[in-house]
Design a protein around this ligand. Sequence first.
Ligand code: ASP
Length: 380
Amino acid sequence: MRDTTQPEVYPQRDEHPSAGMETRIKSITEPVCGMECGKRPKILIIYTGGTIGMIENPDTGALEPFDFEYLIDNVPKIRRLDYDIDSFQFEIPLDSSAMNPSHWQDIAYVIECFYDSYDGFVVLHGTDTMAYTASALSFMLENLRKPVVITGSQLPIGEVRTDGEENLITALQVAAARDTDGQPMLEEVAILFENYLWRGNRATKYSADNFNAFKSSNFPRLAKIGMGITFRNDVLWRPTDDAPLRVHYGMDTNVMYLSLFPGITETMIRHAFSTPGLKGVVLKTYGAGNAPTDSYFIKAVREAVDRGLVIVNISQCDNGMVVPHRYETGSVLYGAGVISGHDLTSEAAITKLMFLFGQNYSNDEVKRLMETPLVGEMHK
Ligand code: ASP
């Protein structure tokens, strides 16, 4: 069992909480390919845990994370790729349901430390919270000009029918892909899963069983992956300036979801809005952003907004977006001071709120930036 004491504010890098990370950064493992570096793509695999590297505990039958060497031994084909591949393993590989912002900071920190030394990064991660990590990293890694491809699997890599081998190899190929000028094809955080490449902050895990476990309901895939990999230049994210990578580590977890359902009571709503320290709420509403117009509800929302709470409206529907004034029921919410999350995924909405509060923006700035696309996370 891990220590369950959690900070509410995960501070900036100069106060990085992961003691010992610097020492481990220096002791990166031997190259997987064991060859000399040439002009071949240089990729760093960051292994955080997840089903992909798990093996069955013979006593309990439960799957438990295992180390990177085991994983690589099960993918001998990786050595046939003409890449220089190194790896960095989290000290304790995690089931991703145990991830919190300190782990996002660790991943971002490894990328920052090795940014100039590698052409691309592949993050091996459990599927359960992969979309949260992908969203958080997309905000933390400002001016990213290199691929960060996150993948994992539904079946452990040691199983005969594993999807892990193919996912890992395809993720490496995506991370290594260059255009004719030698520039990376991908300059953003993406999720690669079963031949689908999604923008990280647009993706959601939608299946606990299927090999095709992720989808992006409001944004097309970034590449067509079949016998070859064809990137879609028309949808790839391109940073607008040449500024160097800037990593923002601050994350403030004084945020929460509140999902509406017919019958939700005033007590529940007021209780949620009065959570001590709470700064932001992602309110999951119906359809195009609709909510009850009952006076108890609107009054509770207005009072919370007046107290300084930032309330962001996203839809419980995966597809489509919040249209504030399509119905009276949505319009009233805006009158009460709620802002629109447009077509943000749940994962992008909550991590963006954490990120913006973590950068110490004022409430007005948080509201403005929540309605402004930062890294292709929303349509506006
Ligand atoms: N519970 C696992 C995790 O998220 C599931 C997976 O990897 O697919 O780490």
